[in-house]
Design a protein around this ligand. Structure first.
Ligand code: ADP
Ligand code: MG
Length: 228
């Protein structure tokens, strides 16, 4: 059974009476342990796809199964649980809480998951240390470089041990060298068995994934295996 299985996904936006078909019968399957890039130009529907994969939005039609569960059948409470526990989100703009420290930002999803405070702290410190941020626990996001902020965001995304890491343009706000470092981290996490779905408009960034699928005019190409 695939970890993620999407069948004939359609997404239509209606604005001012105009219909726009953004996803046009997309089939997409991801097996556990894969590192897949979804590559497409601006406006091709990548974020729309990410929102559906991440259970932040629902398709107009089509079926989506995550870990064998049909997403359309789930209650909001179960969806919230999936978003917190099963999917680790990484965004272009990091989306860290500005008034909270690095450590607090990474502890937060564990707090929502109901872990005791000492356990939240232990796990958050462990992952931050691995990400090379041992001396930044008490810093605030604005006191860090972009690359460091993204490493905090990656720590926050993986600390709950999610089934899928879902990244939307994770290097979009970073310079080339820092972006390459983030891709190295993704490769390490993937080698440890983590499933990664990364969305990007940048072919060079996509080449770090093991499989690339292209999205254009609402259609998705079959994956090509990258030689990365
Ligand atoms: P990408 O992330 O590839 O740049 P998006 O998924 O953000 O593309 O957008 C794809 C298309 O869908 C764009 O034409 C955009 O204007 C449209 N779109 C995205 N979100 C909405 C929305 N909430 N309402 C109406 N149109 C939308
Ligand atoms: Mg986008």
């Amino acid at each position: 059974m695939a970890l993620l299985d999407m069948k004939q996904i359609v997404k239509i936006y209606v604005t001012g009476g105009e219909e726009q078909v953004v996803l046009d019968h997309v089939d997409f399957t991801v097996e556990e342990g894969e590192f897949v890039a979804i590559l497409g130009p601006s406006g091709s529907g990548k974020s729309t796809m990410m929102n559906i994969i991440g259970c932040l939005d629902v398709p107009t039609s089509g079926e989506y199964y995550l870990n064998g569960r049909k997403i359309a059948d789930l209650e909001e409470k179960e969806l919230a649980h999936i978003r917190n526990k099963e999917i680790g989100f990484i965004f272009q703009s990091f989306q860290l809480l500005k008034r909270n420290t690095v450590l607090e930002n990474v502890m937060l999803p564990l707090m929502y998951a109901g872990l005791p405070r000492h356990e939240q702290e232990r796990r958050a410190k462990e992952i931050l240390t691995r990400m090379g941020l041992k001396d930044k626990f008490d810093f605030f996001p604005h006191q860090l470089s972009g690359g460091q902020q993204q490493r905090v965001a990656i720590s926050r995304a993986v600390v709950t041990q999610p089934s899928i890491l879902l990244a939307d343009e994770p290097t979009g706000a970073l310079d080339q060298r820092t972006g390459a470092e983030v891709m190295e981290l993704f490769n390490e996490l993937n080698q440890e068995g983590r499933t990664i779905i990364m969305i990007t408009h940048d072919e060079k960034i996509a080449a770090h994934a093991k499989r690339i699928v292209k999205i254009l005019d609402g259609k998705m190409s079959k994956g090509v295996v990258s030689d990365a």
